[in-house]
Design a protein around this ligand. Structure first.
Ligand code: PBG
Length: 325
């Protein structure tokens, strides 16, 4: 071989040198486990495609968290699913009650973020309050309800509130509401670059939040970001940064790695990435068919998120990290 050939395989030849050369590492400290607390079910229920994740009752939720903490998972993102749906004037007490419960049992042993959206609480499954004609989601009326939810959840003890609705101005309204209530230490994690994606399928079953069929509005294209618009994600994230978000997010993960990579260079705040239900389920389903090594594939995805600039990963596999990493 020519002496001047660039030889790269020496540093690939065994585990030891590969470990030494690695620039990107994933550690379980970076992972956030989503939780579903469902009102009105009598026992935990599985979710299609989502191995190891359940729709929990208030009682099973605490047991699950206890087990997660024993296994070393300490960060959570809670989704509350109320039984009573409404079109406006929502009742946030079910989710607030779960937050208070969790904090009473586990206090500072865990970090609890809570999703802020209305889609699990509306009769129609849209992420906000519909116009009288039912043809669009009203921005400002929705923002008022979101800010009220954030205030109630923070008062119940949430460490972080995470608006996922994609209304304009919600971060500013939430921050203002929290500060006015002297909840100035509660973090806001904004789903600032949330795309209108097909990969949310399994989640919508879990959270009972799919847009219902007979409504005029059939999807979320009028508020979530078009997959073809990087610059919309850029403007949305810059705005949420200025409005006071502490953590910004790209969601989904793998199909939007380029967005994560560019945005995390553009804005110096911490970046989260959400490996959404469809991404997680895709790996699980292939692994279940014997088509790939599931744990290694999950770790490969997580590595790519960190390489692209995420400092934290929201993933349904967080509770397995001890075994997988
Ligand atoms: C609520 C919300 C969604 C997800 C998180 N918050 C679904 C949606 O926007 O339809 C998706 C999470 C996942 O798929 O894992 N708006």
């Amino acid at each position: 071989m020519d002496r001047h050939t660039l030889t790269l395989r020496r540093m690939r030849q065994n585990r030891h040198v590969r470990e030494l050369a690695r620039e990107t590492r994933v550690s379980r400290e970076q992972l956030v486990q989503p939780l579903f607390a469902v009102d009105g079910i009598s026992s935990p229920e599985p979710i299609s495609g989502m191995t190891g994740v359940m729709r929990e009752t208030p009682v099973s939720l605490l047991k699950t968290i206890e087990r997660d903490l024993e296994a070393g998972t300490t960060k959570f993102l809670l989704f509350g699913v109320p039984a009573r749906k409404a079109a406006s004037g929502f009742d946030f007490s079910f989710t607030a009650g779960r937050i208070a419960d969790i904090k009473k049992h586990f206090g500072e042993d865990l970090f609890l973020a809570v999703d802020i959206c209305l889609c699990s609480a509306t009769t129609h499954g849209q992420c906000g309050i519909l116009s009288p004609g039912g043809d669009h989601v009203e921005n400002n009326a929705t923002v008022e309800e979101l800010a009220r939810a954030a205030g109630e959840y923070a008062a119940a003890g949430a460490d972080c509130v995470a608006p996922s609705d994609m209304m304009d101005g919600r971060v500013a309204a939430i921050r203002e509401n929290l500060d006015r209530a002297r909840l100035e230490r509660t973090l806001v994690m904004s789903y600032s670059a949330k795309f209108c994606s097909r990969f949310y399928g399994p989640f919508r079953e879990a959270a009972d939040s799919a847009p219902k069929g007979d409504a005029k509005l059939k999807d979320r294209t009028s508020y979530q970001i078009d997959p073809a618009r990087y610059r919309d994600a850029l403007m949305s994230s810059r705005r949420d940064d200025i409005e006071g978000a502490d953590i910004l997010m790209v969601k989904p993960g793998l199909p939007y790695l380029d967005v994560l990579s560019r945005l995390s260079l553009e804005i110096p705040k911490p970046w989260a990435v959400y490996e959404v239900s469809g991404e997680y389920a895709a790996v699980e389903l292939m692994a279940g068919q014997g088509l790939m090594d599931g744990p290694a594939a999950h770790v490969e995805c997580w590595t790519s998120f960190v390489r692209a600039g995420a400092s934290m990963i929201i993933t349904y596999g967080a509770r397995k990290a001890g075994q997988w990493l």
